[in-house]
Design a protein around this ligand. Structure first.
Ligand code: HPA
Length: 245
């Protein structure tokens, strides 16, 4: 059985070291996932991989069918999900191309299919979401980062914005006042849907840029891409260390 699922984000549409065994088209009651699931071996361990923006990176954050993606992964029998996501850094302590391990979330997204509990209910369901990420999975990721010789800040609050545009400088100031250290567009409702399905879920944030108004320059996609490439190499190194655990 494939216990471990990996959701790839911008810059991680493929897992380089994955020896692919098969692909599976999955239909869910919530529609189609971003693309077929890819099964394979990563350093000897079976994993199932799903790039959330689709295999050609064509689905913007607000159009991703998060419910179908999580449902499809749950259906494989996976119990643990590691999500990889590009973010902008708000805190000056978080440097581009480095990794961070969020421990909290503030959700600013809207209009996304964000719950499995809205139709045909026998009663209203409210899942606990005090600690949005799985502490065991976070510890595993921290150990793997240490084994790979990578630093990874673990005190990070993730602000989830709607996108697809980047934020204004004033919006980033507001996020900072709210307590956010990084900003990204895909962390929610993904984390909450994982919780609703009782999947262990943790996210590796890859710092792609300084958030709007946090550097002298405007945010340029060419440098975002360069930073992401460097960051994703670190993600691959980290995952290699995680797999044997
Ligand atoms: N804002 C929101 N999402 C992001 C950013 C950002 O600056 N960088 C990468 N994803």
């Amino acid at each position: 059985m494939t216990d471990l699922a990996i959701i790839g984000g911008t810059g991680l549409a493929t897992l380089k070291n994955l020896e692919v065994t098969w692909r599976q088209v999955v239909h869910t009651p919530f529609g189609e996932p971003s693309c077929p699931l890819t099964y394979g071996h990563l350093c000897g361990k079976e994993v199932v991989f799903l790039p959330r923006h689709g295999s050609g990176h064509t689905i913007p954050p607000h159009k991703i069918n998060y419910r179908a993606n999580l449902w499809a992964l749950k259906k494989t029998g996976a119990t643990r999900v590691i999500a990889v996501a590009a973010v902008g850094s708000i805190s000056t302590e978080l440097v581009v191309s480095e990794l961070a391990l969020p421990d909290q979330i503030i959700d600013y997204t809207w209009g996304r299919g964000h719950t499995f509990f809205e139709e045909d209910l026998r009663g209203v369901v409210h899942v606990d979401f005090t600690y949005p990420y799985c502490s065991k999975l976070r510890s595993l990721l921290l150990k793997a980062a240490a084994a790979a010789g990578l630093s990874m800040a673990d005190w990070v609050t993730y602000g989830a914005t709607q996108g697809p545009r980047l934020e204004t400088a004033a919006e980033i100031d507001r996020l900072e006042r709210d307590g956010c250290h990084v900003v990204g567009m895909t962390g929610m409702p993904e984390a909450a849907l994982a919780r609703e399905l009782e999947l262990s879920y943790a996210a590796i944030a890859v710092i792609a840029n300084q958030a709007a108004g946090r550097s002298e320059n405007l945010i340029e996609m060419a440098s975002v891409e360069q930073n992401l490439n460097r960051g994703m190499e670190k993600v691959r190194r980290l995952l290699e260390q995680l797999i044997p655990l």
